[in-house]
Design a binder for this molecule. Structure first.
Ligand code: NI
Length: 226
């Protein structure tokens, strides 16, 4: 399931993030690339574990924790600390699949990447190119969102970033391990949760809604790995 989550960060938070990013020291993006992807990756990244990266990463995670849409769609178990990148001067990232397992630097924690996320920090009119193109079940999706908006998609998808031919594209990207590893099962739970929430607005907590909510949680009980 590919889902856009609008306004994860407010415009003020975006400005704050950009200020930190523009003053930070950057490194070659290939430090986190696997063998195949390193051959096609051409961008800059904030060093993992740097002060700027940690500070902004915490801001992103705190914002996501407030998002019901994100929580419902992702059912996160472990989230890899957000990373930050910059594409400019023709920088691009060719077609690839993200590594299946990520170790959180300096810890024994391993995260299986079930869901990949990109949070846009530059407005679409600040750069040319830089579209995130994701091969979805129903064809290829071109994603270029407003600053502060995020897309999440299954990490099993082939994806790429087209060259940024003008301006600068700043973004945060990261992965998470979901309690529900199957994208299909996660999508079913998400649809059910959305339907229950919308019914609740119309009918309050009728016995049927209580029962459906029970079914939702019992499905998670059947399928969750923690
Ligand atoms: Ni990727």
């Amino acid at each position: 399931m590919l889902l856009k989550i609008p306004e994860v960060l407010s415009k003020e938070q975006v400005q704050q993030a950009k200020k930190v990013l523009l003053e930070a020291d950057w490194t070659d993006g290939n430090v986190t690339a696997g063998y195949q992807s390193s051959k096609t990756k051409n961008n800059l990244q904030l060093p993992e574990g740097s002060k700027a990266s940690n500070q902004l990463g915490d801001m992103v995670l705190a914002a996501l924790a407030q998002s019901n849409l994100f929580m419902s769609a992702a059912l996160p178990l472990k989230i890899f600390p957000p990373l930050f990148n910059c594409y400019q001067g023709g920088g691009a990232f060719g077609v690839h699949v993200d590594n299946a397992i990520r170790q959180v630097p300096g810890t024994p924690v391993k995260v299986r990447t079930d869901i990949s996320m990109t949070l846009f920090l530059s407005e679409p009119d600040e750069y040319e190119g830089g579209e995130l193109i994701i091969e979805d079940t129903y064809g290829s999706q071109t994603i270029k969102l407003a600053a502060g908006d995020m897309v999440l998609y299954p990490s099993t998808s082939l994806h790429r970033v087209t060259p940024v031919t003008k301006g600068r594209r700043l973004a945060s990207f990261f992965w998470l391990q979901s309690m529900i590893s199957s994208d299909e099962k996660r999508a079913l739970l998400f649809d059910m949760d959305m339907a229950i929430q919308s019914l609740r607005e119309k009918l309050d907590d009728s016995p049927e809604i209580v029962q459906l909510t029970g079914v939702y949680h019992n499905m998670i009980r059947q399928w969750a790995q923690t």
